[in-house]
Design a protein around this ligand. Sequence first.
Ligand code: GAR
Length: 205
Amino acid sequence: MAENLRIAVLASGEGTNLGAIIKAQDEGILGNARVSLVISDNPEAKALVRARESGITTAVIEKNSSITPEEFDGLLIDELGKASVDLVVLAGFMRVLGKKMVNAFSGRIINIHPALLPCFKGVSGVSDAFDYGVKVTGVTVHFVDEGVDTGPIILQGHVDVEQADTKLSLEQKIHALEHQLYPRAIRLFVDGKLKIEGRKVLILE
Ligand code: GAR
């Protein structure tokens, strides 16, 4: 599994997690796995620029009213299939994947969420946690199932919310943690060390 495993990263925005994953790859932290494709639903995504700067193939599948979610999934599966992708890594991909896509890559799609799931699901995890007034929040890497942020949890890390924190400073702390945690989770997958048992993900020795 670890030999030349091909990763596709799906990203809609800034792509700082993509940047961290590429850096980890360059430093050998991902073993022999390679990011071979970056796909975005947003042609303006900075993630696409980052990918191109690193010589990674990119594709855009625009979300617009002329294609249904099922058609979007079909196009996505085609792109991933053409590139013989083994692992799909969602990094700020602001779109819910449908049943067809989740089934096509069952157990091979992972996501990063900027809160301690199952709290603060959805698209504004940092802001929601901050507004709620939690003292501790964090980051979750999980397998993707058909729900929104509901799949089995691979790794979590926490950050303290200090009195002096603002949404911006909290977001910066969360990002810094994400950039450590996501490459670690990917490496565990690459090494075949993750085993899903019901809701639990076992990390094999
Ligand atoms: C990250 O904080 C990620 O956890 C979050 O989007 C951000 C993308 O940042 N994802 C979600 O909220 C998914 N529900 P990036 O584009 O700089 O990697």
